[in-house]
Design a protein around this ligand. Structure first.
Ligand code: FAD
Length: 426
């Protein structure tokens, strides 16, 4: 007899977990997602952004045969970042180990396609446009509201909250089961931007294997990532409180804003994109810190629902995918006894999630002086680590991106720098 697992949220964490559970042959999975089916829409029309995946996320994907290959085929490997500026030469920061970059919705689409092609409806049901609106832990049921039609209730044996930073299931546990959770918005907001890498009329061509960044000042910056073909997808990040984008109301003003503040990117923006940019919503990032990630033997919080962080060091998705790998190892260790697996998951994962929160908030400084020190330290530690690897550890960014050490270990190696950045912030 198969155990019934209901997963709420078909983001990277929910979809990868469905793969892992189904391959065990002991589970039947029902997956409900509030958004429309990504296979039926144009990714550029929705709020999306490029995600960089390094070893933590990739090793979790690699476990499912064929997945990493499918993802690699539609992503771009970047071996460094170019920081462009108005005056002076662009600064290049190479990466010895390339990072895989992929649009969030495309990643989701591949995980989903692979899942639905591998498992039939006897094992897997996936429903879109279906929002979880109520949880009842006593009767072990959830209520789902489709976009059209009546709400309906389904029973679960195990319930997975993979419903992201604004998790409904987590809210239920906070209100009814004593879960402690701190939530706060990061000061930055963002808007997605879609450019082309080339402008032949102006003789412009940005490198296809580099992330392209531009810091207008400490408050407004752009991060653009090459996509297959000539696309360059990314975000403009700005302080929510001082949102100069709010005053823009025509496509001409949008183009003028980018040409003035980010001239290179302004020259790569089409009229259509300037028009679409006006309509696109502003995204806010909510960060989450919970004291555990489970309830009893039946409810698991995973991914952003458990530990959403600022995207400043590009780890939220990597950590969410790694959660799935950690969870599967515990299923193996405790032979699918969820009464043992769930507390063990919290015990192992909460310290790493809290460490990741610190690393995401304080690895990259916001004051000019510390930004200079940051790049000095990065360059020096690379040199010294190459010469004396046994004595000098890589700097915090390289430790996060080039290794797959537990986040708590990365934090303990980098605590001095993290404390310094923390002290510099109001
Ligand atoms: C601008 C930006 C850049 C980023 N860059 C990176 C990066 O470079 N590298 C990296 O590792 N991470 C990055 N991240 C973080 C990354 O996007 C998240 O950590 C990751 O998407 C988390 O996956 P998830 O599946 O847990 O949650 P989500 O991706 O949020 O998916 C949750 C899903 O649940 C659905 N849902 C929510 N509520 C309900 C409900 N009540 N009922 C049904 N469905 C529901 C949502 O529609 C969504 O599809 C970035 C984030 C942002 C905002």
């Amino acid at each position: 007899m198969l155990q019934k697992v209901v997963i709420i949220g078909a983001g990277p964490a929910g979809l990868l977990l469905a793969h892992y559970l189904l391959r065990r042959g002991k589970y039947y999975v029902e997956l409900y997602e509030r958004r429309p089916d990504p296979r039926l829409m144009d990714v550029s029309q929705d709020r999306t952004f490029p995600i960089s995946l390094q070893e933590r996320g990739r090793k979790a994907i690699r476990e499912i045969a064929g997945l990493e290959e499918a993802i690699t085929a539609t992503s771009v490997l970047c071996n460094g970042t170019v920081i462009h500026r108005k005056q002076g030469k662009a600064r290049k920061i190479p990466r010895a180990i390339p990072i895989l970059t992929i649009d969030r919705n495309r990643l989701v689409m591949i995980l989903l396609q692979h899942l639905t092609e591998t498992y039939t409806s006897e094992k897997l049901i996936v429903k879109f446009h279906c929002q979880c609106v109520q949880v009842n832990g006593r009767s072990k049921t959830v209520t789902l509201k489709p976009e059209q039609g009546e709400a309906f209730t389904v029973a679960y044996e195990r319930l997975i909250a993979a419903d992201g930073a604004r998790s409904h299931i987590r809210d239920y546990l906070v209100q009814n089961a004593g879960l402690q959770c701190d939530q706060s918005y990061v000061p930055d907001a963002y808007k997605s931007v879609f450019l082309t890498r080339l402008n032949p009329a102006l003789g412009l061509e940005l490198e296809p294997d580099k992330i392209h960044a531009w810091n207008r000042d400490n408050k407004t910056r752009m991060l653009m990532v090459p996509q297959p073909g000539d696309r360059l997808n990314g975000v403009i990040i700005f302080e929510q409180e001082q949102n100069s984008l709010l005053s823009l109301s025509t496509k001409e003003e949008v183009l003028a804003f980018f040409q003035e503040n980010f001239p290179l990117f302004g020259q790569l923006m089409s009229q259509e994109e300037a028009e679409a940019f006006l309509q696109r919503p502003v995204g806010r990032v909510l960060t989450i810190r919970c004291n555990h990630f489970h309830h009893g033997d039946s409810v698991l919080l995973i991914g952003d629902a458990a530990h959403a962080v600022s995207p400043s060091i590009g780890q939220g998705c990597n950590a969410s995918l790694e959660d799935v790998l950690v969870f599967e190892r515990l299923l193996n260790r405790y032979e699918d006894d969820w009464a043992q697996v769930l507390p063990a998951f919290s015990e192992q994962r909460v310290p790493d999630a809290h460490a990741l929160r610190e690393l995401s908030d304080y690895s990259f400084p916001r004051t000019k002086v510390l930004v200079v020190e940051f790049f000095l330290r990065l360059t020096m530690s690379r040199l010294l680590h190459r010469w004396f690897p046994q004595w000098v550890k890589p700097f915090v960014f390289d430790l996060v991106l080039d290794e797959d050490l537990p986040y708590s270990q990365v934090l303990s190696f980098s605590q001095g720098w993290i404390n310094k950045v923390k002290r510099s912030q109001p």
